[in-house]
Design a protein around this ligand. Structure first.
Ligand SMILES: [Zn+2]
Length: 236
């Protein structure tokens, strides 16, 4: 057994207490082993084709705006669907393990994908510290940690920082929204990241404004290569 496998087994056993006792969506049945959904809910869920298709929906939404190696979401967003319930629990019901468990699954899909290239670093979309204090964790970092366990690459929150709180974006148009998000991000101490392959992760891909802003900032790194990962993709 390799050192990494040993570490992974150790981490799995430490984190095993985090598996939910009932399905995160229906709340009725026990989840499948190492999952958050029961068999009934899981069998109703669609998985995207993003890991197998080079020009997938995610890539097509982003490619005119940023230069990418690849991008993928695990699930399509369906209103009141199982994935939406998982995102709701992750963001609003103090269930950080949802991000970790879905991150592990994402990482396994990445390992099997012919289109993802193993990154050097994972950067989660940051939360403003006030929001993080309120929630208790950054949901994107939880997702990043799960991916990290499956692919053996560390996440770091020290490079991309959120410097101002955005009160409301609902009244803003797409351009304003993008500028607003862009101005709220700062890239720090990135000189040692030259030429690295960076996986930027977020919980939900909707308009892509947040991910685009993060890509613009991360592109300050000379010769950087970028890949994107989210739990769900929604129609904007
Ligand atoms: Zn269920």
């Amino acid at each position: 057994m390799s050192l990494f496998s040993l570490i992974k087994v150790a981490v799995d056993s430490v984190l095993s207490v985090l598996y939910p006792e009932v399905c995160i969506s229906c709340g009725n049945h026990p989840p499948i082993r190492k999952d958050i959904f029961c068999l009934d809910c899981k069998s109703e869920m669609l998985i995207t084709d993003h890991f197998d298709v080079k020009k997938n929906e995610f890539v097509r939404k982003m490619e005119a705006r940023v230069d990418l190696l690849h991008a993928a979401a695990l699930f399509p967003f369906i209103t009141s669907g199982h994935a939406q319930k998982a995102i709701h629990a992750l963001k609003f019901l103090n269930r950080p393990e949802v991000g970790i468990i879905l991150g592990r699954q994402f990482g396994e899909m990445m390992n099997a994908s012919p289109h993802f290239i193993k990154p050097d670093l994972i950067i989660p979309i940051p939360l403003h510290y006030k929001r993080q204090q309120k929630r208790g964790y950054n949901q994107s970092l939880m997702f990043a940690q799960g991916i990290s366990e499956s692919i053996g690459v560390s996440p770091s929150s020290k490079y991309l920082i959120k410097s101002q709180s955005i009160i409301s974006q609902t009244t803003k148009g797409r351009e304003d929204r993008f500028e607003n998000v862009l101005n709220s991000f700062q890239l720090k101490s990135f000189k040692n990241l030259k030429g690295e392959n960076i996986l930027i992760v977020d919980d939900v891909m909707t308009t892509g404004a947040t991910l685009e802003a993060a890509c613009v900032k991360v592109s300050q790194i000379p010769e950087v290569k970028i890949q994107l990962a989210t739990i769900v993709i929604a129609n904007d």
